[in-house]
Design a protein around this ligand. Structure first.
Ligand code: 5GP
Length: 116
């Protein structure tokens, strides 16, 4: 990766910095966003540091992207009513600040302005 390697998310995965971890398996971790933009604001993150954004992930590993979506749905079921927005900011101009692919799971009392 060109940006900030290792990323903040790799440091969280490696337990080098703390986070509120709500899900983890061999390939995916999910944490609460430190700066929530909705009543439920989680981040679903592949553990691999190899993909900076969602289109790199989709090209290289569509199965892993599908797993992220599946984890997002499971978390929306557990933390809200199963309905959610899944947002992948892709590129600095789109608001991406961490270049280790992650999906924002936004749920619970969403309003029009609550895009992460
Ligand atoms: P992006 O702007 O790249 O789409 O999203 C990065 C997200 O990571 C932001 O919503 C930001 O609040 C969150 N974030 C940044 N640093 C940390 C951290 O150290 N811990 C947690 N839990 N979230 C973080």
């Amino acid at each position: 990766m060109d940006h900030d390697s290792p990323s903040i998310f790799t440091k969280i995965i490696n337990r080098e910095i703390p986070a509120d971890i709500v899900f983890e398996d061999d390939a995916v971790i999910a944490i609460r966003d430190i700066n929530p933009q909705a009543p439920v604001h989680l981040l679903v993150i592949p553990k691999s540091p190899d993909y900076a954004n969602v289109f790199e992930l989709a090209d290289a590993s569509p199965e892993l992207l599908a797993r992220l979506v599946s984890v997002a749905k499971k978390l929306a079921d557990e933390h809200a009513d199963g309905q959610f927005r899944l947002v992948f900011n892709s590129g600095e101009a789109a608001g991406q600040t961490v270049f280790h692919v992650h999906g924002h799971v936004l749920a619970g009392g969403l309003t029009e302005g609550s895009l992460a």
